[in-house]
Design a protein around this ligand. Structure first.
Ligand code: XIL
Length: 316
């Protein structure tokens, strides 16, 4: 059958994957699937602050630059991920932040955003400007950014990113906002308020890390209410984990999870991309983070397509 990217192109939907840059270029099967099946790529790690500025003042863009060059060669767009997060910060920053003044920390954040967005200027389709700033109960997450800078750090981050690359689409990205509830409602109210203040936000990314043991009640309607604010929406990190070993029943639930999430995106005109968080169980982040779970991706550990892959192909 046709590739996911070709089928997506027929309906104006970009199909993406997070990319492990250790495999890209060195693993032929991995590279061939990345290039042939997907029309957008997201660096799984190599644009994160910890990776790009391991020592204060010394940038290492090499791995991210390689991914961007590969994307250009393969006519893929790039989702930049991510500028402001509480996790995967460089050690020098985590160590120094508690004793910094708000002005010091603000200027470090401003410089980080300006330098990174400027480095990739013109090459990024969507930037995840701020990642995971909310708790599941709808309150703002207690990060160094919130502690030192207050809630205004989010609006500032979008303004600084926009100054550095006015063409890039700027996204807020989070998990557990796929269904309505405290967290999704809080993000909805927050981005609406950003828009009212004239903050340059273009979209909301729904990570969509699913688990077969949790339901997914109303993804389509929830995407649509964000779209109705005039925003783009995207599913940015889709995977569907389950307990190992996988039973036939669980695999059916996984297939249904992929199908349901893709169909919701297709049904919402403003849903501009559907991205899986890695395509192969061989390199998934899931087993390292969720005890006893895995098999969350659309290709197996030998890089062979699973029923999950064929379900996406069918739905496109
Ligand atoms: C994960 C990567 O997949 C891992 O390799 C890394 O060790 C930790 O981060 N939400 C996000 C992603 O926004 O950046 C995370 O990626 C997965 C959860």
């Amino acid at each position: 059958g046709d590739s996911l990217r070709a089928l997506g192109a027929n309906i104006g939907l970009r199909i993406g994957t997070a990319v492990n840059t250790d495999q890209l270029g060195s693993n032929p099967a991995y590279t061939s699937i990345t290039d042939s099946q997907f029309s957008t790529v997201t660096p799984e790690n190599v644009m994160k602050w910890q990776l790009v500025e391991p020592t204060q003042g010394t940038y290492d863009w090499s791995a991210a630059d390689r991914l961007v060059a590969s994307a250009e060669a393969n006519h893929q767009l790039v989702r930049g991920h991510t500028l402001v997060w509480y996790n995967q910060l460089p050690d020098w920053l985590t160590a120094a932040a508690p004793s910094m003044s708000p002005d010091q920390l603000r200027s470090i954040l401003h410089k980080h955003i300006t330098d990174e967005v400027t480095h990739f200027k013109g090459k990024i389709w969507q930037w995840d400007v701020v990642n995971e700033a909310f708790n599941d109960d709808g309150t703002l997450r207690n990060t160094i950014w919130l502690q030192k800078l207050g809630p205004g750090y989010i609006a500032d981050a979008f303004r600084w990113a926009h100054e550095a690359d006015p063409q890039a689409k700027l996204f807020y990205n989070d998990y557990n906002i796929e269904f309505t509830g405290a967290k999704s409602n809080a993000v909805y109210a927050f981005v609406k308020n950003l828009q009212a203040q004239g903050v340059p936000i273009d979209g909301v990314g729904f990570q969509t890390h699913l688990d077969t043991q949790y339901p997914l009640p109303d993804l389509k309607n929830n995407l649509q209410r964000f779209a109705d604010l005039g925003l783009d929406v995207a599913e940015t990190e889709v995977d569907v984990r389950t307990t190992l070993p996988v039973t036939a029943t669980e695999q059916s639930a996984q297939v249904a999870g992929y199908s349901q999430t893709l169909q919701a995106c297709i049904a919402v005109r403003a849903c501009i991309s559907y991205t899986v968080w890695g395509f192969s169980d061989a390199y998934s982040w899931v087993p390292g983070v969720f005890q006893g779970e895995g098999a969350a991706d659309i290709y197996d550990e030998n890089l062979q397509p699973k029923p999950e892959y064929y379900a996406l192909q069918q739905d496109l």
